[in-house]
Design a protein around this ligand. Structure first.
Ligand code: SF4
Ligand code: SF4
Length: 109
């Protein structure tokens, strides 16, 4: 579930607002978007993948976390880690070839 929009990283591009399939965020003129409907989050990670500056954190848990602390997330290397692991976006290395399920495709050619 979406847990954090980083105040220090967000550049207010509103890409996350536009890509979210369940309309979780609201645009705020001159400010970072708000997580307005957290319970509508489907934990699809689309917003985290598309954020150009790794300012979002989507937790794998489907229920809201009791505490979310940007400093702890940063220190744990979690901000941007999902995008990095998938190799999604500019400056990342695509990791699809390392996915063993991807290897199954060769049997269907
Ligand atoms: S996509 Fe990232 S940088 Fe853009 S508004 Fe959302 S959180 Fe901020
Ligand atoms: S994880 Fe998916 S559903 Fe949840 S806020 Fe991000 S884009 Fe929306």
């Amino acid at each position: 579930m979406i847990e954090l929009v980083s105040e220090s990283r967000c550049i207010q591009c509103n890409i996350c607002v536009n890509v979210c399939p369940t309309n979780v965020f609201d645009k705020v003129p001159g400010a970072l978007p708000t997580i307005s409907r957290q319970n509508d989050c489907q934990t699809c990670f689309m917003c985290e993948l598309y954020c150009p500056v790794d300012a979002l954190y989507v937790a794998p848990q489907v229920e809201p976390l009791a505490e979310v602390d940007e400093k702890s997330l940063t220190e744990a290397g979690l901000l941007g880690s999902y995008r990095q692991k998938l190799g999604w976006g500019r400056g990342q290395t695509n990791t699809a070839q390392e996915d063993s399920t991807y290897q199954l495709l060769k049997y269907f050619k």
